[in-house]
Design a protein around this ligand. Structure first.
Ligand SMILES: *Cc1c(COP(=O)(O)O)cnc(C)c1O
Length: 369
C-alpha cells in the first residue's frame, strides 16, 4: 500500500496538471478596501464584505466590548452552555429584518446549509436544485440521502418540467436556489418559483448569502450568512417557528458544534443596526457596480457581483495576475467553482470603493482583455 503522503503527492500532481492546485496567499485586510499582499497594498475587488461593515468603528467597538465583558470562546455548544443572551437578540432582529417568524444562528453559512437540508429531507424525498447553486447546498442535499435533480439556471419552465415528470414518485419535495448567485451576481425568480412550488406541493428554499436587502422573501426556508453583508462570521436560517424549533432539536451541524463567540454575535447585531439606519450603504454599493458596468459596457448589474467570463482557466488566471501587477485584487474563478469553460474574473463591489479606483480598474480591465 502506498503511504498517505505518496497518495497526496500524486493527487496534487494531477490537480496541478489541470491547473486546479490551490494555494493560500497571506492577505492582511486594511480598514478601507486595501489588502497587503507580498508587502504591497492592493485594492481588493474580491471581498464579500459588501458594505464594509467588518471595518466599521461601531462594529469593532461593539465586538470589543463583548469580548472584554464575556471573554473569548463560547465554551460549549448552544444546547449546552453556549446560548449567550445576545443570540436571542440577534435572532429576533434577523427574523424581523427578513420578514419571518423566527431565525436561528449557525456556526457558518456552510454549516447552516449542511444542517438544514438533511433535517427536513431524507430518503424517498426529492430535491430539485438550480444548476448553479452554491456547493454547500449540494453537499447538504447529498448528505440528506434524498434524490437530487438539477434544473437549468433560473429556468422556471425547466423546474416545472422536472416537477411534472418526477414529483409524484417522491414523498416530500424541496426546490433549492441561491437568491443572488454567488459567481454570476444574478437573482433567482423567487416569486414564480414559489407559485410553482405551491402548485406542485413542494417547499422552496433560498440561499441569501449574498443578499443586501431586507424584503419579504416568498420562501419556506431562507438561509443567510453573517459573514458577507454583515461583515462578521456565522450563518442563519429563517422560517416558521415550528421549523426553527425542529432544527434546534435535529440539525446535527447545530447540535454538535461550539457556539460562536459572543463578540462575533455582538458585532453582527451592531452591523444589522447600521444597515437599518444607513440604507445609503446599500445604494452606494450597487451604484459602484453600476458605474463599472456602464464604463465597461456590460449589462446593468443586479447585485454587487459582476462576472467577466473569459472561458479558459489560463485566461482568467492571466487576467487576474495582470490586474495584480496594476494594484488590484480581482479573483480568477475556475472549475469546479464554476462550470467548465466559464472561468472568469469575479469583480465584487463594496461601499468602501471610490469612483477613482473603480474607473482605474475598468481602464485596466479594458486594456488587458
Ligand atoms: C459564502 C456562501 C455560503 C457559505 O457561507 P459562510 O458563512 O461563508 O460559510 C453559502 N451559500 C452561498 C451562496 C455562499 O456564497
Amino acid at each position: 500500500m502506498p503511504t498517505l503522503s505518496e497518495v497526496a503527492s500524486k493527487k496534487l500532481q494531477s490537480l496541478d496538471a489541470q491547473g486546479r492546485k490551490r494555494t493560500l496567499v497571506v492577505s492582511e485586510r486594511q480598514r478601507d478596501a486595501g489588502i497587503i499582499r507580498d508587502n504591497r497594498t492592493l485594492i481588493s475587488f474580491s471581498c464579500n464584505d459588501y458594505l464594509g461593515l467588518s471595518q466599521y468603528p461601531e462594529v469593532i467597538r461593539a465586538s470589543q466590548a463583548a469580548l472584554a465583558r464575556y471573554g473569548h470562546g463560547a465554551g460549549a455548544s448552544r444546547l449546552v452552555t453556549g446560548n449567550h443572551p445576545l443570540y436571542g437578540e440577534l435572532e429576533t432582529q434577523l427574523a424581523g429584518y427578513k420578514g419571518f417568524e423566527k431565525a436561528l444562528v449557525f456556526g457558518s453559512g456552510y454549516l447552516a446549509n449542511l444542517g438544514i437540508i438533511p433535517t427536513i429531507m431524507g430518503k424517498g424525498d426529492l430535491i430539485i436544485a438550480d444548476k448553479l447553486v452554491h456547493a454547500c447546498l449540494i453537499d447538504g442535499a447529498q448528505l440528506s440521502g434524498a434524490k437530487l435533480l438539477r434544473f437549468e439556471h433560473n429556468n422556471v419552465a425547466d423546474c416545472e418540467r422536472i416537477l411534472t415528470m418526477y414529483r409524484k414518485e417522491y414523498c416530500h419535495c424541496l426546490i433549492v436556489t441561491d437568491e443572488v448567485f454567488s459567481m454570476d451576481g444574478d437573482i433567482a425568480p423567487l416569486e414564480p418559483l414559489s407559485i410553482l412550488a405551491k402548485h406542485h406541493d413542494a417547499w422552496l428554499m433560498a440561499d441569501g448569502a449574498h443578499s443586501l436587502h431586507s424584503y419579504a422573501s416568498p420562501v419556506d426556508i431562507y438561509m443567510g450568512t453573517l459573514s458577507k453583508t454583515l461583515g462578521a462570521y456565522g450563518g442563519y436560517v429563517c422560517a416558521k417557528a415550528e421549523v426553527i424549533e425542529y432544527l434546534v432539536s435535529s440539525a446535527r451541524s447545530f447540535t454538535f458544534t461550539t457556539a460562536l463567540p459572543s463578540s462575533v454575535i455582538a458585532g453582527a447585531l451592531q452591523a444589522l443596526k447600521i444597515i437599518e439606519a444607513h440604507p445609503e450603504l446599500i445604494t452606494k454599493t450597487l451604484q459602484n457596480a453600476e458605474l463599472f458596468c456602464e464604463y465597461m459596457e456590460l449589462p446593468t448589474p443586479q447585485s454587487p457581483i459582476v462576472p467577466i467570463i473569459l472561458g479558459e482557466e489560463e485566461k482568467a488566471l492571466n487576467a487576474s495576475n495582470k490586474l495584480k501587477e496594476q494594484g488590484f485584487i480581482v479573483s480568477a474563478i475556475r472549475p469546479p467553482t464554476v462550470p467548465l469553460g466559464t472561468s472568469r474574473l469575479r469583480v465584487t463591489f463594496s461601499a468602501m470603493h471610490d469612483e477613482d479606483s473603480i474607473l482605474r480598474l475598468a481602464k485596466c480591465v479594458k486594456r488587458i482583455l
